[in-house]
Design a protein around this ligand. Structure first.
Ligand code: FAD
Ligand code: A2P
Length: 373
């Protein structure tokens, strides 16, 4: 049977929807298979991701924009305090201007007050009260390597002992102990104690933000120091009560300061005359309580340590701690920490408080500052 040309064309055209339908079915089948294999439906993915895409910029932009000014306003306290201006690998070279004994006749051991000229640094070596610095003793260790730096609390204010803002002072006890019948001298403390004016010394830092003073003029400051732990406290007390300091910085301390100082003998009390002088000038603002371990006895007949004094004045100390403006600073022998903790626990318990809970809270609030070594 012969078909006309028109019939052939029309018949061919009639197959087109069938072919399209066939390809459509194959594509669908393939998509379904893929969905089964991956567990994902391309369409549902699109639906799910679409709003997310739209929301993303809003989510990122909106809170970020809102948070930025809040962050700037809540600038961390002491954010501007310099840290590590001079690293141990590239230290500053200071010059000794003074090195004298901080002890009186009859004292035990050797403790020196040492001052360094910091001028000429680029960048300048600046620090604030409560920071430490590193000292790199001259010479080499047993392996022929440079001595590792030792840390020392800075005993001067940012204005320095001469108020010119270009010096740094330390209070250093020479470490000495007996081993196998021989006297061993500490490397860095001996190096420092034996320096003479004009000597050049490698200094790194400043370091540390743990022991900084609060900025509020009406803060209360309780200080617990043993031996050279007095170094940062000397800087605080000069900042608070030294007339030229007050003129310089315009920070007029209005709170209560209470220094507890532990020393083996009266002759070992460091900077005692200065503190007595401040106390006589500012009796409303400064209390000064001494624990002289080898001259005074505690209630049990043992050596009088500062923790014994803490117990003696527990009631007043805790009344102060209850005030959120009160900060506590602890510095000196590592061994004093358990004793202080025990005394604080007893004192807290007498007020119905739990020291193990209170201490972390004080620390978190930035009111408990400890640096022991
Ligand atoms: P090293 O030669 O280093 O000898 C110390 C080592 O001797 C010890 O590690 C131990 O192994 C050994 N040793 C010590 N005693 C004995 C012993 N009785 N028996 C057997 N072995 C022993 N010191 C100050 O004088 N003033 C400060 O203001 C001051 N501030 C500090 C601040 C901070 C933050 C820190 C961490 C430490 C501070 N120190 C301070 C301590 C100082 O850093 C040194 O550790 C100290 O001067 C001793 O160093 P050295 O090089 O003389 O002794
Ligand atoms: P002591 O040596 O009589 O036992 P320095 O550094 O000038 O020697 O002063 C440290 C002071 O701290 C000394 O009076 C010393 O007393 C005292 N001390 C020693 N051990 C402790 C301790 N665990 N807790 C509190 N004070 C201590």
């Amino acid at each position: 049977m012969a078909y006309s040309e028109t019939k052939v064309v029309l018949g061919g055209l009639a197959h087109i929807p069938i072919i399209i339908g066939f390809f459509y079915l194959i594509r669908r089948q393939y998509s379904f298979g893929a969905m089964l294999r991956t567990g994902k439906n391309a369409l549902s993915e699109k639906i799910k991701t679409a709003p997310a895409k739209a929301a993303a910029p809003a989510k990122a932009a909106a809170p970020a924009k809102a948070a930025a000014p809040a962050k700037a306003a809540a600038k961390k306290p002491h954010a501007d305090v310099p840290v590590n201006t001079y690293k141990p690998k590239a230290p500053f070279t200071g010059t000794v201007t003074e090195n004298y004994s901080a002890l009186k006749e009859g004292a035990i051991g050797k403790v020196q007050h040492i001052t360094f000229d910091l001028s000429g640094g680029d960048p300048e070596f600046k620090y604030v009260e409560g920071q430490s610095c590193g000292i790199l003793a001259a010479g080499e260790d047993a392996k022929g390597k440079p001595h590792r730096p030792r840390l020392y609390s800075i005993a001067s204010t940012r204005y320095g002992d001469n108020f010119a803002g270009n010096t740094l002072s330390l209070c250093v006890r020479q470490l000495q102990y007996e081993k196998d019948g021989e006297t061993i001298n500490g490397v860095c403390s001996t190096y420092l104690c034996n320096l003479s004016p004009g000597d050049k010394v490698q200094i790194s830092g400043p370091v540390g933000k743990e022991m900084l003073l609060p900025e509020e003029e009406d803060s209360n400051i309780i200080m617990l120091a043993t031996g050279t732990g007095i170094a940062p406290m000397r800087a605080y007390l000069r900042r608070m009560f030294e007339p030229t300091e007050i003129e310089k910085h315009k920070w007029n301390f209005k709170g209560k300061a209470w220094l507890f100082m532990g020393a083996p003998k009266t002759a070992n009390l460091l900077y005692d005359a200065d503190f007595e002088h401040y106390k006589s000038k500012f009796p409303e603002n400064l209390r000064y309580t001494k624990a002289i371990s080898r001259e005074q006895k505690n209630t049990k007949g043992g050596r009088m340590y500062i923790q014994d004094r803490v117990l003696e004045y527990a009631e007043e100390i805790f009344n102060m701690i209850e005030n959120p403006k009160t900060h506590i600073y602890l510095c000196g022998l590592k061994g004093m920490e358990p004793g202080i903790d025990e005394a604080m626990s007893t004192a807290a318990a007498a007020k119905g408080l739990d020291w193990s809970e209170l201490r972390p809270k004080l620390r978190k609030a930035g009111r408990w500052h400890a640096e022991t070594y």
